[in-house]
Design a protein around this ligand. Sequence first.
Ligand code: NAI
Length: 253
Amino acid sequence: MPASEQRVAIVTGGARGIGAATALRLAADGHAVAVVDLDRGAAAATARQITAAGGRALAVGADVADEAQVAAAVARVEEELGAPTILVNNAGVLRDNLLFKMSSLDWDTVMGVHLRGAFLMAREVQRHMVAAGFGRIVNLSSSSALGNRGQANYAAAKSGLQGFTKTLALELGKFGVTVNAVAPGFIATDMTAATAARTGVAFEEFKARAAASVPVRRVGAPEDVADAIAYFTGPRAGFVSGQVLYVAGGPLG
Ligand code: NAI
């Protein structure tokens, strides 16, 4: 990659799963990558993988829903890697339950990480993008944005992220900043493994059942999503903004 296209990227929730695959992919694309996660130890493992392969990386422990921690994390990234101009809002949690059993804490936690977290991170990083006249923001939505039983909180948050994406695309376009969303279907990660465990189904069986309803007859891997994110963050995607790309092995949306 030409030096002019090397950037500093922040991947939230980059300690594992889709975020870790994205951090590794963006590093392979030549970017310096800050892995921001609640789990600092696991974030450091992702960062070590990047540096072992000859890349530049930094692990930062932070809660994306906490305003002061977000400000401190972005300041540290700027200081140690440089001004960030790529942001992947990937950190996420599940607190599934049917509406009548869902606590207000379950609701607030999911809204806090997905919506407030993406808002706080984007607001903090956009000034570096505006100053650079270049920026790429990718928000992780989900096929659950279309509605999913037991996920009123998560579906509302992931649907909300689509409106957030389109609005930031309108506001930031004139500064060279594109904003897109990737909406994965079933991806094999700790998150889906935890859902299998919670519902008492072996993960292999859970994946096989999910795969049966996917047109390409398999579940997704974190790398499937990382590839789509890498496209949106690249210099050649400058005329694509405000879009939601379903990465689900078939048509959705
Ligand atoms: P995961 O559970 O494997 O990893 C999520 C990471 O986010 C963890 O490392 C966790 O520590 C971190 N995190 C959670 N709360 C945080 C906070 N407040 N601040 C900072 N970091 C925090 O999840 P997975 O499966 O890799 O999902 C990544 C994203 O993709 C999430 O936004 C998820 O909702 C979304 N997604 C996942 C799908 C799947 O099938 N796995 C499908 C559609 C969307």
